[in-house]
Design a protein around this ligand. Structure first.
Ligand code: ZN
Length: 333
């Protein structure tokens, strides 16, 4: 990635998800940071004189909050913050780049001061920060270190080694109860929930998503302000990029059923008929007459020739509908 200086690129740096930022140096030092990937993306994309759109997701802040793991949340948020800095630094130099930073929802319902009750006026910053300072891995990392040995000694030892937490017998009993009985929580979730509750002043209301309002930070020309619905952001971005989402819909997302008929089942697919071939359910193929359009690609194949479309073929399993770019219509005919 670092050697790349021009052209199209697709970087995959892990076989599944990437490591939590806090686990990277110990468990996957070869993986780039979010800010490094952001910097490289901007370096490549900003070479286009027509400008560019870049979406960067600091996705594991959400995972950390699902786990109720405060240090994982803070460290991944800081990694995201570094990426924001890279983007804003570019925007400052560039002078006409808009940077929008926002979550799509809150997770976990994190609060500061859960155990302060009547003495909240005496809760200090140190009370909040101190328990997190000894945490050198995410809860997923600690759970991996614990492995299958769920003995009290082993769990205590790993929590001491990796989190500098002196877990009590009651803590261990609660962790085992959450993990194996009751809620059947994964080990990392159970550890985080119990240690947060018993050893920090950080509270959580859920392991799921929560409905509170979320912040929107913005930098650059003509940025949105105020209390807005998150779905308005898409319309705002479209306006800034100079296009109309409704026009885009009618240009790129034609619902196949509105133009063609479903296969009448006479054993052959006529020119005006379509069907969704799900023989390979992971890779469905839309067939219209003698043309094939693999779902999630921008390819139409006819008479052995592959044509590139200006948009991708979209299949919505919930409605059974398939959408194709308008350009595919003339190719089919
Ligand atoms: Zn989530």
């Amino acid at each position: 990635m670092m050697n790349l200086s021009t052209g199209r690129a697709w970087g995959l740096f892990a076989s599944s998800h990437m490591m939590p930022d806090i686990d990277r140096s110990l468990l996957a030092p070869e993986q780039p940071s979010l800010s490094e990937m952001t910097g490289k993306s901007i370096e490549l994309l900003s070479q286009d004189k027509n400008g560019f759109f870049l979406m960067v997701e600091g996705s594991q802040v959400d995972w950390a909050d699902h786990a109720n793991d405060p240090n994982y949340a803070v460290t991944d948020f800081l990694a995201f913050d570094e990426a924001v800095k890279v983007a804003v630094d570019f925007a400052k130099k560039d002078g006409h780049t808009l940077v929008l930073v926002f979550p799509d929802h809150n997770t976990g319902g994190m609060t500061i001061g859960s155990n302060s009750d009547s003495n909240y006026t005496s809760t200090t910053v140190e009370d909040v920060i101190a328990p997190l300072k000894g945490m050198k891995l995410s809860s997923a990392g600690v759970a991996a270190k614990i492995g299958t040995d769920l003995s009290s000694e082993n769990i205590k030892k790993q929590l001491k080694t990796w989190w500098d937490i002196d877990a009590t017998d009651d803590d261990i009993a609660e962790i085992i109860e959450l993990h194996t009985n009751g809620e059947n929580l994964s080990l990392d979730y159970a550890i985080s929930e119990v240690i947060s509750r018993n050893h920090t002043v950080i509270g959580w209301t859920t392991h799921g998503h929560s409905g509170d309002d979320v912040p929107l930070w913005a930098y650059g020309p003509d940025y949105p302000t105020g209390h807005i619905d998150n779905t308005e952001i898409a319309g705002y971005i479209a306006k800034e990029l100079g296009f109309d989402l409704n026009k885009t819909n009618s240009h790129l997302f034609i619902e196949v059923g509105e133009v063609f008929s479903t296969d009448n089942g006479d054993g052959q697919l006529d020119k005006n008929e379509y069907l969704l071939n799900v023989t390979d359910s992971s890779n469905p193929v839309l067939e219209i007459g003698d043309a094939e359009l693999p779902v999630n690609t921008n390819i139409l194949i006819k008479n052995g020739v592959a044509h590139e479309l200006e948009g991708i073929v979209v299949y919505a399993p919930a409605t059974g509908k398939v959408y194709i770019p308008a350009g595919a219509l003339s190719l089919v005919n």
